[in-house]
Design a protein around this ligand. Structure first.
Ligand code: PLP
Length: 400
């Protein structure tokens, strides 16, 4: 007889977590996982940053009771995030047109934004994401009730951005449509827009009354914290409504603490106050208020000049190490596979590279060399290190 659940089909496996499952099951001690979405240090470990250790030591010494946070999160955290994202002296901040709520990671921030847009704003019914995009964007906005389309983004021929295609698509979207843009370090391709291309995007988005939603999960992994925030600031200066989700999962190496935030820029302080009041209802009806620890760690680190400097240095170290791995990968491939041009890897930004490896080549890397990449050819450059790079380069040279 039919049960409540008898019609439920098995959901497809998460493509990226599936790679890690296969990697974990592999008994080859020389196995390498380039399919991950986290930063590893040169020893292949997820780092615990010094600034985090020190902030946690301060917090533990206080032995504070674990009260509830306010619905919109820790006030000092929200303020610090706002300044990091928009710039401390920016007009949206000083005129109180921006609101920020602590969120359960970058994912939670995206979902709060999606639910708010759906239930409380005059946005249209369609969301546009890049082709390709972070694989959760589509599912997340669909679950929130939007029709999700993709605009052209990656150009396999140039291994860069199909900018003409992207701009044409922006010009045909219905006014009020939500456009999801990666503020820096595009995941999965590593291909970002130039300053001049952003100027054109901002112009079209603003003049056609599209709703920009900037996802910034990698601030500080491109050129620097301030530099990577420029796109957000330029959109804010353009004056229209703006959604920004940001995450400290990578930049503070605090993945499991789930620290992110959603910021919204409105037309006036009065409008912003109304937006915040309804956004708090979205939070309240989902999880009531955010967890306390991660937000306190980040707020503590950002508030102390000493810890903040330490964070900036540690983030720079991660950024520089990834760049060095890009350089080394390209230089070594030049030696081992001189017929192939991998120079594009140096131009890509952030943790990832669309390597151009085909599905068949990725399969061979896995089956013959226990090297795991995503089927699309995405590799995590931050999973390369001085110990595994030669093994990886030799294997890639063999499957090309
Ligand atoms: N957005 C993008 C583009 C990402 O790559 C990620 C994480 O991989 C997220 C959002 C989600 O971040 P979090 O882990 O903080 O939820």
């Amino acid at each position: 007889s039919a049960s409540l659940f008898s019609a439920i089909e098995m959901a497809p496996r998460d493509p990226i977590l599936g790679v890690t499952e296969a990697y974990n099951a592999d008994k080859n001690p020389a196995k390498t996982n380039l399919g991950v979405g986290v930063y590893y240090d040169d020893n292949g470990k997820v780092p615990l940053l010094e600034c985090v250790k020190k902030a946690e030591a301060e917090l533990i010494a206080k032995l504070a009771p674990r009260t509830y946070l306010p619905i919109d999160g820790l006030a000092t955290y929200d303020r610090a995030v706002q300044e990091l994202v928009f710039g401390a002296g920016s007009a949206v901040v000083t005129e109180k047109r921006a609101i920020t709520v602590q969120a359960v990671g970058g994912t939670g921030a995206l979902k709060l934004g999606a639910d708010f847009l759906k239930h409380f704003s005059a946005a249209g019914t369609e969301v546009w994401i890049s082709d390709p995009s972070w694989e959760n964007h589509r599912a997340l906005f669909e679950m929130a009730g939007f029709k999700v389309n993709a605009y052209p983004y990656y150009d396999a021929a140039t291994r860069g951005v199909n900018f003409a295609g992207m701009l044409d698509a922006l010009k045909t979207m219905k006014s009020g449509s939500v456009v999801l843009l990666h503020a820096c370090c595009h995941n999965p391709t590593g291909a970002d827009l130039t300053d001049d291309q952003w100027t054109q995007v901002i112009e079209v988005v603003t003049s056609r009354s599209l709703v920009p939603f900037l996802d910034m999960a990698y601030q500080g992994f491109g050129d620097g914290i301030e530099e990577d925030g420029q796109v957000v600031r330029r959109f804010a200066e353009a004056g229209g409504p703006l959604f920004v989700s940001n995450s400290f999962s990578k930049s503070f190496s605090l993945y499991g603490e789930r620290v992110g935030a959603l910021s919204i820029a409105a037309a006036s302080a009065e409008e912003a106050a109304r937006v915040l009041s309804q956004l708090k209802r979205v939070v309240r009806t989902n999880y009531s208020n955010p967890p306390i620890h991660g937000g306190q760690v980040v707020a503590t680190a950002l508030a102390s000049p000493e810890l903040r400097k330490l964070w900036e240095d540690e983030l720079a170290e991660m950024r520089v190490r990834i760049r060095e791995m890009r350089q080394l990968l390209v230089a070594k491939l030049k030696e081992k596979a001189p017929a192939h041009d991998f120079d594009f890897v140096i131009k890509q930004r952030g943790m990832f590279s669309y390597s151009g490896l085909t599905k068949a080549q990725v399969d061979r890397l896995r089956n013959e060399f226990s090297i795991y990449a995503v089927d699309t050819g995405r590799i995590c450059v931050a999973a390369l290190n001085s110990k595994n790079i030669d093994v990886v380069v030799d294997a890639i040279a063999k499957v090309l």
